[in-house]
Design a protein around this ligand. Structure first.
Ligand code: AMP
Length: 218
């Protein structure tokens, strides 16, 4: 099974497709956003600093991110993984190549291409659960059966502090600015596949999922 690096705007479906692949193939998820939220949950000075950066929609420093990702890659001991939310800029992409190269780990970068307005709608309506199951109040088949409660584990669903229109605007701007160089970088390495991840009447989430599977089985 190929290791996957998911690239895409906030709301492009990285988390949803990661969740589907984890359920089907048992991948390990490395979500840098989740790792950071674990840090912000503790009441420390560093946690508060990171929380402020996240709500503002800016990026946390490369130094902190690289330390986190290195530790995480160490802990999964060679098992197949999906990177969700890393790299977020060219410096991170280059540092990741060095890390993976040292360990002889191969990967496929997959860019989920979704229209900005769709991303915004998904982010504003999103609720998350600590078990990883994604929900969306504006998408009929992603609404929880019971208001505010996870269908899978019964925990209370959470609205992220940065899932509002204002934070989205900044996050999207930061994403556009930093992602083009990453795309060029992986393209030149021959490691990039772009997938149209817009859902339409004739293109369902499952169709997109199947296309992703096609790429990782290639
Ligand atoms: P996410 O859960 O991936 O949407 O990330 C939420 C926020 O965490 C981002 O808006 C950033 O502030 C921060 N973050 C997550 N991953 C990274 C990263 N690789 N580099 C810098 N900041 C990150």
């Amino acid at each position: 099974m190929k290791n996957i690096i998911f690239l895409g705007a906030p709301g492009s479906g990285k988390g949803t497709h990661t969740n589907m692949l984890v359920n089907q193939f048992g991948y390990i998820t490395i979500s840098t956003g989740d790792l950071l939220r674990n840090i912000t949950a503790g009441n420390t000075e560093l946690g508060q600093k990171i929380k402020n950066i996240m709500v503002s929609g800016e990026l946390v420093s490369d130094e902190i991110m690289l330390e986190l990702i290195e530790k995480e890659l160490e802990s999964i001991e060679g098992k197949p993984f999906i990177l969700d939310g890393f790299p977020r800029n060219l410096a991170q992409a280059e540092a990741l190549s060095t890390l993976l190269g040292k360990k002889n780990i191969d990967y496929q970068a997959i860019y989920l291409d979704v229209l900005e307005n769709t991303c915004k709608e998904r982010i504003v309506g999103r609720l998350v659960c600590k078990c990883g199951k994604p929900y969306n109040l504006f998408t009929p088949d992603l609404r929880p059966k019971k208001d505010g409660i996870c269908d899978v584990c019964g925990s209370a669903l959470i609205k992220r502090d940065d899932d509002n229109e204002e934070s989205f605007k900044k996050r999207y701007e930061v994403f556009i600015k930093n992602t083009e160089p990453i795309k060029v970088y992986y393209e030149e390495l021959g490691k990039l596949k772009i997938i149209d991840a817009n859902q339409t009447e004739t293109r369902t989430r499952n169709d997109i999922h199947e296309e992703i599977i096609g790429v990782i089985n290639d």
